[in-house]
Design a protein around this ligand. Structure first.
Ligand code: NAD
Ligand code: MN
Length: 357
């Protein structure tokens, strides 16, 4: 059996309730897949900061780098008032591990428990650039020279786009579109409008001709490599449907939170951080302090994130086993958590999915 070491970083709030569910899924995968897993518990987040003075201890990064094939990250809390010395460890973690892509599949749930918020089902993947754009956090504030009282202020932030980062994000989006195409053909699924793999390049180069202009032209160039010939390449939000959307950091963040709303609950939407080595699966939701400690957090976003992690570790068969078990549980719709209108606990939903692996 191929043995894989997985870092577990629950973080704060319901992260501590859903990451154990993800671990149990890995432990329960059918032995016919030929995989065995070992785990290492790792610390990060606001609670960790309060205990140790560091939101992302060096040991966590070092262990991920040196020992782990993959990892699962729950969520971290950000206090509503500024706490000196604390900033969310997510950006630092992505940076130190070279995780330049955040990949977020969004798929409509077909379940009697739960009506889809959209008329037509959604099945798309957002590929968000993870390292630059406005999120380089280079900001400054200065007095507004047009104000004689000197009280008015102006704040500015740098939006940085590089051809290197734009190329690699478009390239990985193209690879994802090709793989989705292959999987659709293998399973015979897909409707008339998903006959061909497609990448939509999101940008505002009509307004931001240099920054978004560079993103657009570089993404175009990357996606015109011969091995992407089978893909259709679109731009902007022009079409009625999407397959793979590639976007700079900010637009990708907004688009993926919006898409999560369109499939119904944050508790359903997975992601993976992908880059130069380790793959980190991560549900899209936060630490949900409003339901923390009640044992009713929806584990599906995390369980699907286990699937996305495995997909990017080149284990598509294991990923498929997980996706199918989740879909089957939702299709029956008997055991769903309160965010989907049910009364089931995290544990019950997890066990129901395990039963179907
Ligand atoms: P949130 O995602 O934590 O919660 C938003 C709403 O969705 C809440 O009503 C919550 O109960 C519900 N929800 C989220 N996940 C759920 C699940 N698995 N099952 C059932 N219901 C679920 O976002 P928020 O309320 O804006 O933020 C709360 C905290 O989380 C803040 O401290 C914020 O900074 C942090 N946060 C962290 C991340 C991250 O770690 N990636 C992302 C977003 C927010
Ligand atoms: Mn967000």
């Amino acid at each position: 059996a191929r043995s894989l070491r997985i870092g577990l970083i629950p973080g704060d709030g319901i992260g501590r309730e859903v990451i154990p569910a993800g671990k149990k899924i890995l432990e329960s995968l059918p032995s016919s897949l030929g995989l065995s897993f070992s785990f290492v518990d790792l610390d990060a987040g606001f609670d960790c900061f309060k205990r140790t003075g560091a939101a992302l201890p060096d040991k966590t990064v070092k262990t991920l780098k040196e020992e782990c094939d993959g990892a699962l990250f729950g969520a971290v809390s950000s206090p509503t008032t500024k706490v000196a010395g604390y900033s969310s460890p997510i950006v630092a973690m992505r940076k130190s591990l070279g995780l330049y892509a955040n990949v977020r599949p969004c798929k409509t749930v077909l379940s009697p428990a739960f009506a889809s918020p959209t008329k037509t089902p959604i099945d798309l993947v957002i590929v968000r650039e993870n390292t630059e754009d406005l999120y380089v956090k280079e900001e400054k504030t200065y007095p507004d020279p047009s104000d004689p009282t000197g009280k008015a202020q102006i704040a500015e932030a740098i939006k940085r786009i590089s051809s290197k980062a734009s190329w690699r994000i478009a390239d990985i989006a193209g690879q994802i579109a090709l793989r989705r195409d292959k999987m659709r053909q293998a399973s015979g699924s897909g409707t008339s409008h998903t006959k061909q793999g497609m990448v939509t390049i999101t940008h505002k180069s009509n307004v931001l001709s240099q920054t978004d202009g560079l993103f657009r032209s570089t993404a175009r160039e990357a996606l015109s490599q011969p091995h992407f010939n089978a893909l259709k390449i679109e731009e902007q939000i022009v079409d009625k449907y999407y397959d793979v959307i590639v976007a700079p950091n900010l637009y990708g963040d907004l688009l993926s939170d919006g898409s999560a709303a369109l499939v119904g609950s944050l508790g359903l939407v997975p992601s993976a951080n992908v880059g130069e080595g380790i793959i980190i699966g991560e549900p899209c939701h936060g630490s949900a302090p409003d339901i923390e400690g009640k044992g009713v957090a929806n584990p599906i976003a995390t369980i699907r994130s286990v699937g996305v992690m495995l997909e990017f570790m080149d284990l598509p068969d294991a990923a498929e086993v997980i996706y199918k078990a989740v879909d089957a549980s939702l299709a029956e719709g008997k055991l769903v958590t309160p965010d989907l209108g049910g009364t089931a606990t995290t544990q019950q939903v997890t066990d129901d999915i395990i039963k179907r692996l």
